[in-house]
Design a binder for this molecule. Structure first.
Ligand SMILES: NC(=O)c1ccc[n+]([C@@H]2O[C@H](COP(=O)([O-])OP(=O)(O)OC[C@H]3O[C@@H](n4cnc5c(N)ncnc54)[C@H](O)[C@@H]3O)[C@@H](O)[C@H]2O)c1
Length: 281
C-alpha cells in the first residue's frame, strides 16, 4: 500500500532536482501525477518513464493562464486534485542591492512568489468545493535566515513562508491543509543554472557539487533531492492530517545555530585572550 494511493497530485518544476524527485516519489507511493515544467522534453521523458498515472503538461509558473490550465488538466484527466506542490524556481536576480535592476526584482518576484500565490489560488478553486486537499510549496532556509542566498530570493522565500501561514488560516477552516518545506543546500541544477549553464549541463553537474556541500551543515553529507521529497511526501499525505501552516526545515541542522567547529574556535580565541590579559595584569 502506498502513502498516496488514489490521490492526484500536480508538481511544478518536475523536470529537475527536488520537483523531479518528488514527482517520482509521489508516483511510487501510488499517486497519479501531473508533472509540469518549462523543460518540455525532459518533463515528457520522465512522465513516459513513470508510465501509467503520469502525464506532462507545460506550465510557465509566472503565467496565470498556464497555472489555471495545469490545475484544470489534473481534474480533467484524473477527476480531482488532492495535492498541489508549488516548487518551480531558480535563483533569480543577484548582486549588491545598489546594483540590482528593478526588472530583475520584478521577474524574481513573479517566479518565486507570485507563482506560489497562483498555485494556491487555482488549487483552492478546485479543492474548496470538496473541502479537502493539501497544498505544499517550496520555500527555503533563506526565507528564515539571511546570508544563504541573494537578497530578492531570500525575501521571496520569506514571503512564501508567511503566505503559507496566512492562507493556512483561511483554507484550514475548509479542510484544506497548507504547508511549506524549507530546504537547506540540496545538490541540484539550481546552482549551475544560476551560472547560466544549459539545464542539462547544470543537472549533470549537480552530483559533482555534492562533495563541496558536505561541510555546509553539521550532518556531513550533501542534501539530496530525495531528502526534500520525503518531507514533502509526509506533508502532502494523510500522515500529516493535523499539520497546517507549518514551515518544515530540512537542512541537516544548517540554521539551527553556530557550527560546533566555529564555536570551538571562538572559545579557543576567548581563552587565549583571557590568558593574555591575565599575563599582562
Ligand atoms: N537546491 C537547493 O539548495 C534549494 C534550497 C532551498 C530551496 N530550493 C528551492 O527548491 C525549488 C526547486 O529547485 P531545485 O533546487 O530542484 O532546482 P532545479 O533547477 O533542479 O529545478 C527547478 C525546476 O524549475 C523549473 N522552472 C524554472 N523556471 C520555471 C518557470 N518559470 N515555470 C516552470 N518551471 C520553471 C526548471 O526548469 C527546473 O526544472 C526552487 O523553488 C528552489 O528555490 C532549492
Amino acid at each position: 500500500m502506498g502513502k498516496l494511493d488514489g490521490k492526484v497530485a500536480v508538481v511544478t518544476g518536475a523536470a529537475s532536482g527536488i520537483g523531479e524527485a518528488t514527482a517520482r516519489l509521489f508516483h511510487a507511493e501510488g499517486a497519479a501525477v501531473v508533472l509540469s515544467d518549462i523543460q518540455d522534453e525532459r518533463g515528457r521523458e520522465i512522465a513516459a518513464e513513470l508510465g501509467e498515472r503520469a502525464i506532462y503538461k507545460r506550465a510557465d509558473v509566472t503565467r496565470e493562464d498556464d497555472i489555471a490550465a495545469l490545475v484544470d488538466v489534473a481534474v480533467a484527466e484524473f477527476g480531482v486534485l488532492d495535492i498541489m506542490y508549488n516548487n518551480a524556481g531558480a535563483q533569480g536576480v543577484s548582486g549588491p542591492i545598489a546594483e540590482t535592476p528593478s526588472e530583475g526584482f520584478d521577474q524574481t518576484i513573479a517566479l518565486l512568489l507570485r507563482s506560489v500565490f497562483l498555485g494556491m489560488k487555482h488549487a483552492a478553486r478546485v479543492m474548496l468545493p470538496r473541502r479537502a486537499g493539501s497544498i505544499v510549496s517550496t520555500a527555503s532556509v533563506a526565507g528564515l535566515r539571511t546570508g544563504h542566498a541573494p537578497h530578492i530570493y531570500s525575501a521571496c522565500k520569506a514571503a512564501v513562508i508567511h503566505l503559507t501561514h496566512s492562507v493556512a488560516m483561511e483554507l484550514g477552516e475548509q479542510g484544506i491543509r497548507v504547508n511549506c518545506v524549507c530546504p537547506g543546500f540540496i545538490a541540484t541544477g539550481i546552482f549551475g543554472n544560476a551560472f547560466g549553464l544549459p539545464p542539462e549541463v547544470a543537472r549533470a553537474l549537480a552530483p559533482l557539487m555534492a562533495p563541496m556541500q558536505v561541510n555546509a551543515q553539521p550532518l556531513r553529507h550533501a542534501g539530496q533531492p530525495v531528502d526534500i521529497a520525503q518531507a514533502v511526501l509526509w506533508l502532502a499525505s494523510d500522515d500529516a492530517r493535523f499539520v497546517n501552516g507549518h514551515a518544515l526545515v530540512v537542512d541537516g541542522g544548517l540554521i539551527a545555530g553556530r557550527s560546533w567547529t566555529e564555536y570551538q574556535h571562538l572559545r579557543e580565541s576567548l581563552t587565549r585572550g583571557i590568558q593574555a590579559a591575565l599575563g599582562q595584569s
